[in-house]
Design a protein around this ligand. Sequence first.
Ligand code: ADP
Ligand code: TYD
Length: 202
Amino acid sequence: MQGKFITFEGIDGAGKSTHIGFVTDYLTTRGKQVVSSREPGGTPLGEKLRDLLLHEKMHLETEALLMFASRREHIAQVIAPNLADGKWVLSDRFTDASFAYQSGGRGLARDKMEALEAWVHHDLQPDLTLLFDVPLEVARQRLDATRTLDKFEREQADFFARCRAEYLRRAGQDPGRIVVVDSTRGIDEIQAELADILSRLL
Ligand code: ADP
Ligand code: TYD
């Protein structure tokens, strides 16, 4: 039996990473085998591309192409084989992030992104995408409190406003797949909602 593919999305600081461990535990205790991964990255080559993507300045189309190059490798080596093996694959970001950051944030034409999506993953789509949504100021406060910022995290507020708007536009277009999770709430309250969402997928 084919496993399920769940992706975690949101602007930087929205809380995605915080909840991946919870989802892993929730599924594992219910007998699922879980593989947790991330983009850009998730494979040895993808992690090298991640290092370039997060730290080097580059043309926006180069950035989009490298995101999809990393994704192509991730699908071939991790996502597709594990799903075929009946495992559940969790990915910290996937193609919705490319729409949000490279199209929304940087302004790359959406039809180019759609062409890359069709080329690289055809009809493979996540079974569920959890979109952690917070106002920019909340995300910024959370980031400032915790870590050294990478190339994307140093962007200005209007960049993240465009990313967030693109995420919400995609959620509006595909409400059966993308669930918007109000991430301004406390972690316990969010995780109660996640348990409810996951119980419907099991
Ligand atoms: P992301 O992976 O989306 O960039 P993180 O999960 O790393 O975000 O969260 C960024 C910071 O915000 C972390 O310090 C985390 O502990 C904190 N955080 C996450 N979710 C919440 C929440 N619901 N309430 C308060 N703080 C949170
Ligand atoms: P992320 O793993 O969320 O960073 P962190 O470990 O610091 O939480 O993602 C790295 C960055 O890459 C993030 O700022 C968003 C960006 N990104 C894109 O711009 N396009 C993409 O397609 C993906 C997958 C990520």
